[in-house]
Design a protein around this ligand. Structure first.
Ligand SMILES: [Fe+2]
Ligand SMILES: [Fe+2]
Length: 156
């Protein structure tokens, strides 16, 4: 777990259906950002996103943390699909959000907010931005987390 405090840990534990699924286990075996896995990156993204949510809440912004956390955990799950993971990196960047959304919907009953956040998390690489504020949080957390992983953890 990449949680910083008890409330983050509690939030994450509520998503057992994702964290203990076969699909998420598969994600722990798919390499991502040189030196980490899709599962680790997704958990870390969720932890970053929870901090952004806390900050927004302190500024009276209403936000569904559950939607944010679930979308973070599933945003790159499409990388577990061999057709996606086997393609060259620029193609993977375009393909994986759509496949992640399909898996989230079919296997984890993702709602509209979660689906949109997953589908649009690569903005501005994908041209259409997220529709809901939860999606903006997922997108920002993913960028921060990726930056950290590439610059700190994964020295090449
Ligand atoms: Fe992604
Ligand atoms: Fe990501």
């Amino acid at each position: 777990m990449k949680c910083r405090n008890k409330s983050e840990e509690k939030m994450m534990k509520q998503e057992k259906d994702i964290l203990f699924s076969e699909r998420f286990f598969k994600a722990s075996e798919v390499r991502h950002h040189y030196n980490t896995s899709v599962a680790d990156h997704s958990e870390r993204t969720a932890a970053y996103a929870m901090r952004i949510c806390s900050w927004l809440k302190r500024h009276s912004v209403r936000i569904s943390e559950e939607d944010v956390v679930r979308a973070c955990l599933l945003h790159d799950i499409g990388m577990t699909d061999e057709k996606v993971s086997g393609s060259v990196s620029f193609r993977k960047a375009y393909l994986h959000p759509k496949r992640s959304e399909q898996i989230a919907k079919n296997e984890f009953q993702a709602n509209e907010v979660q689906c949109n956040a997953i589908r649009r998390h690569m903005w501005p690489i994908c041209l259409i931005p997220p529709k809901f504020r939860e999606g903006w949080v997922v997108m920002a957390a993913d960028k921060c987390c990726s930056l950290w992983e590439i610059t700190h953890k994964c020295r090449i």
